[in-house]
Every structure is written in C-alpha cells, then in structure tokens.
Write a protein that binds this ligand. Structure first.
Ligand code: PLP
Length: 366
C-alpha cells in the first residue's frame, strides 16, 4: 500500500543524529524542563522571529493554555472555524468558554474573515485562526477585525510550521500562536509535544507559570488555572535535530503538491492552489463531488487516502452545539480527499497516484 505518510522514511535518515541527541539526554540525567528545552525554545523563537517560545505537552494544551493566558473562561465566546478537526473547539470548551463558528471560503477552506463581523458578539473575547492544511489564512484581515473590536487573536499553527507571508512567519502575527509537534506534523517529535509562542513578555511569563502548576517559583502557586503540561528533554532534543531540516522538507512537500497539480489539472476536481512561501503543504487536499467513489478506487489501486475532516465541529455527536448555518464548511466535509504527501514521497510514487486518479476520471467519463 502506498501510504499517506511514512514516518520511518522521514526519521530513518536522521537515525545517527537522533540517537546522539537521545544519548546526550540519557547521560545528562535531566529529563524535564532542562537545557534541551531551553535551547529548543530559543532556537524555535529565533526561527519564527518571535520574542519567546513556551514548550508544552501537545498542541491542544498549547491552544488551551493560550486561552488561559488571556484569562478567557466561562461566559466568554471564542470564534473559530468548524472544519479543522475539533482541536480549537476542545481547547475552548476546556476553559469553560463557548465556541462560535465562522464559515470558511470555498477556495482554500480557510476562515472567511468577511463574516467575522456577523458572527462575533459582545461576549467574543478572541479569534482562533487556523492555518489549515499548511496554508496561512488571511490573518491580516482577522487582526484588523480584532484590533477594531479590542479582542485577541490566537494563531493555530499546528499544520503550518515554517510558512511565511511578507517575510513574517505563521506564529508571528497573532497575540499568541499554538504549535503541535505530533509526529506527523511538518515539524514532529517522536511523541507528543507542543508550544505557544508570543511577542508579549507578560503573556510568556503567564504561560511559563500555567504549564507548571501555576508556580511563580518552586512550590509557590501564583495563579489559578495552572496544570502540568511540559515538553520533555528527549522530545526537545529530537526537535532540535529536526528544526534545521524544516525548510527543506517544506519545499519537498510543495513539490509534491505541484506535481499533483500539473498531473491532475483539467479533470474537473478542485486541487490545492499553487503553494508559495505562505503554504507548507502539510496535507494535499483535493475536492471532488464523488469523493467516496474516488477514495474506494484509490484503495483498490493500493493507494491510501484520508479525509480531513469528516465531521465538522458543530456536528460532533458527543458535543451539544446550537444549530448553525455553515454551508461551505458542510460542503467541504463531504468533498475533501487527502492524497499521500510527505517530504520523502518520490516523484514516481506521486506519478502512480496521478495515474490512478486519471483512470478514475476516465472511467467516470465513459
Ligand atoms: C494536530 C493539530 C492540533 C492538535 O495538536 P495535538 O498535539 O495533537 O494536540 C491542533 N490544531 C490543528 C490544526 C492540528 O492539526
């Protein structure tokens, strides 16, 4: 089976470097919030061009702690999209606030900033803007809206490590930004990991306290809402090995998407737009009305595919959400199809996927 992603092919070539980093941690005998964490935080902040990074346990915690740092809680609303896998909604609910959903635009399936005015209420305290599939959303438009309203912007960069627009990286635009280092992300650890970044020293200080029981100093709790969510030294050491490769990997992902675009043009399907600097091609998501049939044909040809994401947040069975009209979001959920895309995917393999899809399109025409 041609996989959608292959982490052994991704991490395999780094075997010696990763083992050296892991050995270094093992021998040092310092396993939580030590020198590797501090070095990674500094290196990641320098890479992004932000004042600071606070590494945490995972990307969902990063979103939740970002909300807590802004003192958002019960009675507050946070606006976000409903097509991004429920992570932001989970974080919003975890702090006791209520998600309000804004629809997406059809071309990139990113937040439709022109609808924010209509969706926001006096209770709205923040917008979580998700750079979905690796492409940066119109964060400048979201910021214009938010600044006028006096509300905060959190970027969800879990799929957009390294993307940049006008020379400014994803994560360097909002008041705060959340990253995940889940193994399949563009920058992935060998386990869970996450980070919040910001240019605001006060928010960074609050986050350092929140990730460790609310401590201001050891055993002294200076604020409520604290918990334990830290990045361990092994994962920090792994991420330090991998960060220098990120830009190269992102360029390889873009090349994969470009190959799909040229091979699948004119078949009547919506392909991802040409990826520039502001798109790190985390996932290659195309859209087709007959999605389930196409997916079955790919499977029969030995090609894995996936759906990101099948159920919009406001339709999740386990969560009561007031009914909301989100036509583009619903349309996306029933038409999106994710094709294999990872840096090590070779051109001949992409060609195999393209040939299989061309055959499906041909069959549909006959
Ligand atoms: C993966 C992901 C998250 C959550 O990250 P975890 O580390 O799995 O908690 C949040 N937002 C988006 C858009 C993601 O893709």
């Amino acid at each position: 089976m041609l996989p959608i992603n292959d982490l052994s092919r991704h991490n395999g070539p780094l075997d010696a470097e990763l083992r050296a980093a892991i050995d270094r941690v093992l021998r040092r005998g310092y396993y939580i919030l030590g020198p590797e964490n501090e070095a990674f935080e500094n290196e990641f902040a320098a890479y992004l061009g932000v004042a600071g990074t606070v590494a945490v346990g995972n990307g969902t915690d990063a979103l939740e702690l970002a909300l807590r740092a802004l003192e958002i809680g019960p009675g507050d609303q946070v606006v976000t999209v409903a097509n991004a896998g429920m992570y932001a909604s989970t974080a919003i609910r975890a702090v006791g606030a209520e998600p309000r959903y804004v629809d997406i635009e059809a071309r990139h399936m990113l937040i439709d900033a022109s609808q924010l005015e209509r969706v926001a209420t006096p209770q709205t305290k923040a917008v979580i803007v998700t750079h979905l599939y690796g492409r940066m959303a119109d964060v400048a438009a979201v910021l214009t809206f938010a600044r006028r309203r006096g509300i905060k912007v959190i970027e969800d960069c879990a799929q957009a490590h390294g993307a940049s627009r006008d020379g400014r990286r994803a994560g360097a635009w909002g008041d705060l930004a959340a990253f995940s280092f889940y193994p399949t992300k563009n920058l992935g650890a060998l386990g869970d990991g996450g980070a919040v970044v910001s240019n605001d020293a006060g928010l960074l200080a609050r986050l350092r306290s929140l990730r460790q029981y609310g401590w201001t100093s050891k055993y002294h709790v200076g604020m409520v809402g604290g918990r334990n969510s830290r990045l361990d030294e092994l994962q920090a050491a792994v991420l330090r090995v991998k960060l220098p490769y990120l830009d190269g990997w992102n360029e390889r992902r873009r090349q994969v998407v470009r190959q799909y675009r040229s091979g699948l043009a004119d078949l009547g399907w919506q392909l991802p737009a040409e990826p520039g600097d502001d798109d790190v091609a985390h996932l290659c998501v195309m859209r087709c009305a007959e999605r389930d049939a196409v997916r079955a044909a790919l499977g029969a040809a030995g090609i894995a595919s996936d759906i990101h994401y099948p159920v919009p947040d406001h339709r999740q069975a386990g969560v009561a959400t007031p009914p909301q009209a989100l036509p583009e979001t619903e349309q996306a959920a029933s038409t999106v199809l994710t094709l294999p895309c990872f840096p090590e995917l070779e051109a001949p393999e992409v060609a195999v996927v393209i040939a299989a899809l061309q055959q499906v399109a041909q069959r549909d025409q006959d």
